[in-house]
Write a protein that binds this ligand. Structure first.
Ligand SMILES: N[C@@H](CCC(=O)N[C@@H](CS)C(=O)NCC(=O)O)C(=O)O
Length: 208
């Protein structure tokens, strides 16, 4: 048994908890899952912050290390449990790895209006019907332009799957699941990410 522990949300609507859990699953590491309600109650938040510096999920505990921030978690797992003993989370090629990080950074720091109008609850559970406002539409256009640029015509971003695929797939699903127009090949790409067993494991739990 490993001493890895991942704190996620009980509701399974966090794209960042999804990213961290997929990273553990794809590395095929045994770990224990702890569930926190959202919003995290103040006293619990203070407790988590005392351990990890930030009182949010996902939170990974490994021995004496306790860290939050989904991309820090996947980068840590990639370096701590490297290929070839464990499957890769990031591309082997340096330029591809830079591209993967570009995508990961984009989905975390951009698309703010789109994320507000197409929250993950609308992807996971309850689609919304209101049309996108101007700012959210501009975000959607930027997201689609990026995806058109990085998703190749064989339907993948790189020669092998990487953890940034989950982030880009979920970002596109904010549009797909709500009936907003997305080019067909990007719909196929996003749905393929959604069907990945590591993703189903996060999505399936907490939804019967
Ligand atoms: N940048 C962080 C975002 C983490 C985050 O915002 N977590 C939210 C859930 S999606 C959270 O823990 N909220 C609890 C709260 O603030 O009470 C990451 O990539 O992990």
């Amino acid at each position: 048994m490993t001493d890895l522990r991942l704190h996620v949300d009980t509701t399974r609507i966090s794209p960042w908890a999804l990213h961290a859990m997929v990273a553990l699953e794809e590395k095929r590491l045994p770990y224990r899952l702890e569930s926190e309600p959202l919003p995290i109650p103040a006293s619990r938040k203070a407790d988590l912050a005392a351990r990890a510096g930030i009182g949010k999920i996902p939170l990974l505990v490994h021995g004496t290390l306790a860290i939050t921030e989904s991309s820090a978690i996947s980068e840590y797992l990639a370096e701590r449990f490297p290929f070839p003993d464990h499957p890769r989370l990031f591309p082997a090629d340096l330029a591809d790895r830079a591209r993967a990080r570009q995508v990961m950074s984009f989905v975390r720091t951009s698309m703010l209006a789109l994320r507000e109008e197409r929250p993950t609850t609308s992807v996971f559970d309850a689609p919304v019907s209101a049309p996108l406002g101007a700012r959210a539409q501009a975000d959607a256009d930027e997201l689609i332009a990026l995806a058109e640029h990085v998703v190749r015509h064989d339907g993948s971003m790189f020669a092998a799957w990487c953890v940034a695929d989950v982030d880009l797939g979920l970002a596109l699903l904010r549009l797909v699941k709500n009936g907003d127009p997305v080019p067909e090949r990007l719909v196929d790409y996003a749905e393929a990410q959604w069907d990945r067993p590591s993703v189903r494991k996060y999505v399936g739990r907490g939804r019967g």
